[in-house]
Design a protein around this ligand. Structure first.
Ligand code: HEM
Length: 401
């Protein structure tokens, strides 16, 4: 059968207003066609079955292209982007990912479980007597920050400063306000210098920590430049902060939306924590999608995709694909149809390196809340999630007692 041209695709706008139900927009779009094109001419892949072909050898990760599209052709943002594993391909990507992959493997991250539990309990204890807690910033943001700081050996007192740099660098991952470019450039230079000082410190005075091992192993192997080493560390700090923070908050909000599931969770947090985390990640995934560029002509769902085409795998759509999940619009922490590889973490060579850590942090924070504050309730409006590269929860105020 002849392949159809991309010009046959229906158009799907991603300008989804805060009052609109994003999932309904994708559900309708999936009902019409498995693929769509957005007004910028990008191919939108809406089905879970597109993950593999969209992330196959026929495509590559975008490198500096998203910055170039925004008119950023030189300066610190481009320089940093060129060093980061997420925005590299082939041999450069392999070289940059390998030194991190072993540390962040599932088995080793299990070792972080008790640390995550202690941090979450400490934070809850600090706020136990307060009726109006900023859960988003005072708890869900703090767990991943403190844990990655402990893994890297970053002093806790540096965390507020680091958070400011993370906030700015995260903005540059998607399309950003050009008026803020100078601020973001300054932050990326500061971040780079900060991480450079950390690495130098471990070279001079090695400790028994991940950063000392990373610096020694990378220096000995001689495969990574200094700029690549710094970028690897920055990537870890940035990639694990907002993603996990928003996922913890949103999953808790979803549990509170379903009082019978929250009650069951509080009775058996150990038995239900994995299911609750996986379902929160599915129902409201924080990473909006994975963009790629076709490097060869290939077929996707009966359409001819030419080399050079831009493809965007829409994660929230794949996570509610009715071909994979029964009743996909129902939040169910006991769901038994999660695929082995959760779509929230992407796929292929760039599949999330921090999945094991993220799951441990989400699971342990939720179960700590269930044990310490089962009577928790919202003390403000119901939290909502934005439509953005990394989807953000707008606010979440709670009473813990
Ligand atoms: C709920 C939490 C998280 C979600 C939903 C998430 C999601 C993702 C996704 C979808 C990708 C692939 C992007 C692409 O292919 O274009 C990715 C990559 C990555 N993630 Fe995560 N992530 C989370 C937490 C973390 C954590 C805690 C860390 C580390 C501390 C981390 C480190 C990374 C790194 C380093 C990459 C790049 C991997 C590569 O390019 O080879 N992530 N993440």
């Amino acid at each position: 059968m002849a392949l159809k041209p991309l010009s046959d695709l229906p158009e799907l706008s991603l300008l989804i207003g805060p009052e609109e139900d994003m999932h309904a927009v994708f559900r309708t779009a999936r009902g019409q066609s498995p693929l769509a094109s957005n007004p910028m001419g990008m191919l939108m892949a809406l089905r879970a079955r597109h993950l593999e072909p969209a992330l196959s050898d026929a495509t590559r990760q975008m490198e500096t292209e998203p910055l170039l599209m925004q008119g950023v052709t030189d300066g610190p943002l481009i320089e940093m982007r060129k060093q980061i594993l997420l925005f590299s391909n082939g041999e450069a990507h392999r070289r940059r990912r390998q030194p991190l992959a072993r540390t962040f493997a599932f088995k080793l991250m299990e070792g972080m479980r008790s640390a995550a539990r202690n941090v979450a309990e400490e934070l809850l204890e600090d706020h136990a007597q307060t009726d109006d807690v900023d859960f988003l910033n005072a708890i869900s943001a703090q767990v991943p920050q403190r844990i990655i700081a402990d893994i890297l050996g970053v002093p806790r007192e540096d965390l507020p400063y680091l958070q400011r740099l993370v906030d700015d660098v995260v903005q540059t991952l998607g399309f950003f306000d050009p008026a803020l470019r100078a601020q973001y450039e300054a932050s990326s230079l500061e971040f780079n210098a900060y991480v450079g000082r950390l690495l130098d410190d471990r070279r001079r005075t090695p400790r028994n920590d991940f950063l000392s091992e990373f610096a020694a192993a990378a220096d000995e192997a001689g495969e990574l430049s200094e700029a690549e080493m710094r970028a690897d560390i920055i990537a870890l700090i940035v990639a694990g902060s907002d993603t996990t923070k928003n996922s913890i908050a949103m999953t808790l909000a979803l549990l509170l939306d379903h009082p019978e599931q929250w009650a069951a969770f509080c009775t058996d947090p150990e038995g239900l924590k994995k299911g609750a985390a996986a379902e929160g990640l599915r129902y409201e995934p924080v990473a909006f999608g994975v963009p790629r560029m076709a490097v060869a002509d290939f077929e996707l769902d009966g359409f001819a995709v030419p080399a050079g085409a831009l493809i965007f795998l829409v994660i929230p759509s794949a996570c509610r694909d009715e071909e994979v999940y029964g009743a996909p619009d129902v939040f169910d922490i006991r769901r038994a149809d999660h695929p082995r590889w959760h779509f929230a973490f992407g796929g292929g060579a760039h599949r999330c390196l921090g999945e094991a850590l993220a799951r441990v942090e989400i699971e342990e924070t939720l179960s700590a809340v269930a044990r310490r504050a089962p009577a928790i309730r919202l003390a403000g409006p119901r939290p909502r999630m934005s439509v953005a590269a990394i989807r953000a929860v707008d606010q979440m105020r709670v009473s813990l007692r």
